[in-house]
Design a protein around this ligand. Sequence first.
Ligand SMILES: [Fe+2]
Length: 147
Amino acid sequence: MITEQSAICWKAKYQIGVARIDLEHKLFLRLVNSLKLALNKGRSEEVLQGIIDEIELYARFHFTSEENLMKAIRYPDYEEHHWRHNELLETFRIKKLNHAGFDSFHQFLVEWFIEHTTVEDIRIKRFVDDHNVNIEAFCYDIQEDTL
Ligand SMILES: [Fe+2]
């Protein structure tokens, strides 16, 4: 069973306030937790590598989703934010090539999520609020309660 210490739980400070992004972030955390759970259970390297692959593909999907939203609302710091996403994917790729330990991979993902969400992603929400952007008009329907 995943323990309190090993799981990264959803906290109010991770909440951006844009339903679509928050939903995708929650799923990202679940994937990161599934890596830790598999580690705790002593799963094989093949299984752990499979989860890493899932996380990488999910991150690519989520970044594209977030970037589409930023473009739609004409977010002024899109380029910098896009660069930060690419930086993560590049670090991810290098860690895979170097066969970074799975524990270190997990720690990297947790730290990156907290830092990026609370520093970078929250700025999207500030822009939305400061400019009275009707964010729902730019989000296609992906309501949590329909899943
Ligand atoms: Fe982001």
